[in-house]
Design a protein. Structure first.
Length: 690
RNA sequence: GCCCGGAUGGCGAAAUGGUAGACGCACGAGACUUAAAAUCUUGUUUCCGUAAGGAAGUGUGGGUUCGAGUCCCACUCCGGGCACCA
């Protein structure tokens, strides 16, 4: 079993083994039933716009219409197409059906049978990737059949082409080459007619294919209408005749939820013969779906019977080997004793089928499902299980689910934008509908951290040999240094190259702070005094600035600037002869989330207990942040020509007088006309002279 | 092809439309040392200048503004996502 990208030229990327496509019995989860809600509820979450857009594109909602085209010469049979452009119906010059469309056999004219069969065979041999990758050259074959355009009775040839996908819409389209790039390319290639039915609204020039909005032309009674209006009218008119209706389509497909490998949660399903199922169903009233999932093999139909709740969870059997089964089924297919069983419908108990049938009416012959679940089966709800990991009766207790709620902030890589983050939303909504969780969305606020690249600026990988192991850094510098450096490198969301020398900087910073707190003898640094007013005015002000900046930085996830502010603070402490104990303790607290081990040790050595983690977060005093002097910048014609420390809230007249008297500014304005003065208090004085 | 994001010293980066380069790395000079490491002091965008000072400068070209790394338009390059979805 390989993923698409593991197949190269029909062979496995590793080993070069031939690869074939095979239909397997698999399970899918009906995520499509939630498509509209998954789309609409994106409005309510605080996520990066780019991620929301990716999910929107993935869900791919598009509004349009399903229209029925009568088939020529076959009474009553119709070809249903989906289009987002019913307004261009008069421009339809041919139809296209996907090669896999079930009606292809029905409509193909005898003379075209051979050509169509050959084309279908060729298309089937292509992988999905080939069908999309080779998009440049469109190919197709005429079926020999015609459809009738419902608005004007025109005879329209039906082609078979693999640029139309069976998995989307109805698997058939009406082609309007004048107003669709793909249809245009195909029509030119096969010399099919092209009829323009939309003209630019502003009367401007029109180059086909013309896909922008405009007004209808060559469209009978609809000519002259604006296209949006025409969409509504044509759809409504066809609906009135019973041959069309407005619909919505999604790109989102149902979610293939089974894997053919050993590791993975086994499906709690037992397959029983269709003949036995009614007896089973009678014992499990209210516990089974109205219609069982079924499949047929060797002429026998089997019905899916879920294990009773008391028998959950189903665990994997102990095996000697979990190598592939050889048949395409999972390795579980070889665990005969686990697989082929007498199954107790009421209790879920099982006995190997090699044993005699146990006594009692509840026992039925069954075969377990051999597919296993993908990794998503766990990643979709782990954040709920963390709340109550040992709960044996449910995901987590309702009280804990209510108390803790969902994660306040979810940090994860952008590579999860459409898979994990969409699947987990889907599960959460299903759980919400089932009354298990009290919220509709799992991750209210999302943030994508960047990845750390190798020293060479490339993604770390073993093959490139640029991998840096955190264990090595922890061994040489400690985990506090590593943690601090990762945060100091740059903005959290950016990807950044690893710099082995850069880590020395933050390591030195931590050592310097340690020395400020603890002397070489291991006792508190004698410069730390208990006198509350020991700090200079500047140091006090800097402390309050630092408390504010670090707190704001944490809230905004700007750790790099928070750390640089702490460096500025510690540099200032180092230059001071005395520092008050409360100031040192405050800085320890600020550092604690960044370098928890070091902070905890210093906290204790400076005589504090209990843990620094339990101390309330420091508050800054707004009054301590205000300054009485500010640096006013003088500009002449927008150029910096000097600056001066001035009292706050200086008047413009005073500022102007200072500028005129300033020896650096004066030469630039002397003897010139002062045309304009721009004064931004406490910041800048710009003199425009001519 | 379409949709995002990014580009600032030798390097990682900082900067509510108001002194571009904070903080750190690297490098230079000095102090301490027999010496080295560590530590401390100091300098470091580029060009001209001994200096004072001047000029240029945030990927490129235009624009708005007294003033643009920041806002607007066009483009180049790099990265990511999607890719025949009718």
């Amino acid at each position: 079993m390989l993923a698409n990208e593991e197949v190269v030229d029909g062979r496995s990327e590793v080993g070069g083994f031939p690869v074939e496509r095979r239909n397997l019995r698999q399970w899918v989860l009906r995520i499509t039933a939630y498509a509209d809600r998954l789309l609409a509820d994106l409005r309510d979450v605080d996520w990066p716009d780019s991620t929301k857009r990716m999910q929107e594109a993935w869900i791919g909602r598009s509004e349009g219409a399903e229209l029925d085209f009568a088939l020529e010469g076959s009474q009553g049979a119709t070809l249903k197409v989906f289009t987002t452009r019913p307004d261009t119906l008069y421009g339809c010059t041919y139809m296209v059906m996907a090669p896999e469309h079930p009606l292809v056999d029905v409509i193909t004219a005898p003379a075209q049978r051979e050509a169509v069969a050959a084309y279908r065979k060729k298309a089937a041999a292509k992988s999905d990737l080939e069908r999309t990758d080779l998009a440049k050259d469109k190919s197709g074959v005429f079926s020999g059949a015609y459809a009738i355009n419902p608005v004007n009775g025109a005879r329209v040839p039906i082609w078979i082409a693999d640029y139309v996908l069976m998995g989307y819409g109805t698997g058939a389209i009406m082609a309007v080459p004048a107003h669709d790039e793909r249809d245009y390319e195909f029509a030119v290639h096969y010399s099919l007619p092209i009829i323009q039915v939309i003209a630019p609204g502003n009367g401007g020039e029109c180059v086909l294919p013309f896909v922008d909005d405009g007004n209808l032309v060559n469209s009978g009674p609809y000519s002259g209408l604006e296209w949006a209006e025409a969409k509504k009218r044509i759809t409504a008119d066809l609906a009135g005749r019973g041959i069309g209706k407005a619909t919505v389509n999604f790109k989102l497909r149902d979610w293939l939820f089974s894997r053919q490998r050993y590791w993975g949660e086994p499906f709690p399903i037992v397959w029983v013969n269709e003949r036995d199922y009614p007896l089973v169903a009678a014992r499990r009233v209210g516990d089974l779906p109205p219609n069982p999932v079924t499949y047929s093999q060797d002429g026998v139909r089997y019905c899916a019977l879920p294990l009773p709740a008391v028998a959950l969870p189903l665990t994997l059997p102990e095996v000697e080997s979990y190598l592939p089964s050889g048949t395409g089924e999972s390795p579980l297919a070889n665990c005969t004793d686990w697989l082929e069983i007498w199954f107790n419908v009421d209790t879920g108990a099982a006995v190997s089928a090699s044993q005699p049938r146990p006594a009692g009416d509840a026992w039925v012959r069954g075969r377990r499902e051999t597919n296993t679940m993908p990794q998503w089966a766990g990643s979709c709800w782990y954040y709920l299980r963390y709340l109550d990991p040992h709960n044996g009766s449910g995901i987590a207790s309702p009280e804990l689910l209510r108390y803790w709620g969902t994660p306040d902030l979810y940090v994860g890589g952008a590579e999860h934008a459409v898979l994990h983050l969409l699947y987990a939303r889907f599960w959460h909504k299903v759980l919400f509908d089932a009354g298990v969780v009290p919220q509709n969305e799992p991750f209210k606020k999302l943030f994508h951290q960047g990845i750390i690249l190798g020293e060479d600026g490339e993604k770390m990988s073993k093959s490139r040999g640029n991998v840096v192991s955190p264990d090595t850094i922890i061994a040489s510098h400690g985990s506090d240094t590593l943690r601090l450096y990762l945060m100091f490198l740059g903005p959290l969301e950016d990807k950044k190259p690893w710099n082995p020398r850069g880590i020395e900087g933050v390591h030195r910073f931590l050592q310097k702070f340690w020395r400020e707190c603890i002397s070489a003898e291991g006792t508190p640094n004698p410069k730390i005094v208990d006198q509350a007013d020991a700090d200079s005015a500047e140091l006090t002000k800097l402390l309050h600035e630092t408390v504010k900046k670090v707190g704001d930085g944490i809230e905004a996830l700007r750790f790099n600037t928070a750390i640089s502010q702490m460096m500025i603070m510690v540099n200032a402490m180092q230059k001071s002869d005395r520092v008050s104990r409360t100031t040192v303790l405050t800085v320890i607290q600020l550092l604690a989330p960044f370098a928890p081990h070091l902070a905890e040790e210093l906290w204790e050595r400076l005589g504090r207990a209990p843990s620094v983690l339990q101390a309330p977060w420091p508050q800054y005093d707004e009054a301590k942040l205000v300054r009485d002097q500010v640096k006013l910048v003088f500009q002449v014609n927008g150029k910096h020509r000097g600056d001066q420390s001035v009292p706050v809230n200086l008047s413009q007249e005073d500022a102007l007088a200072l500028a005129r008297a300033n020896e650096k500014v004066a030469p630039h304005i002397d003897g010139k006309d002062l045309k304009r003065v721009i004064y931004v208090q406490n910041k800048i004085l710009n003199l425009v002279v001519g």
